[in-house]
Write a protein that binds this ligand. Sequence first.
Ligand SMILES: [Zn+2]
Length: 94
Amino acid sequence: MECLDCEKELIQIPKKRKKEFCNSTCRSNYWQKADRAKKNEGVIKPKNVKKVKVDKKSKTIPPKPESKWIVKERPKPPAHLSGLALRIWKDNNK
Ligand SMILES: [Zn+2]
């Protein structure tokens, strides 16, 4: 049996309660770590879920309509073009 905190080998005394820690400092250290690990788990899990959801939204929903509008509005026929030249320019910029 080893100390659950510092992993030092413990000498078990027969007929006495099993030793899990070499002293009270190790005992409280161990439970503090266990407590922190539990709290960290609770904090990390919902954060990861939220981050994934936000990333998916920003990647899929807003850029698509915006980029479509920008592409459609950008090409404006040059002012000096008219008639056939303007029609050819429009065909090339569809
Ligand atoms: Zn110890």
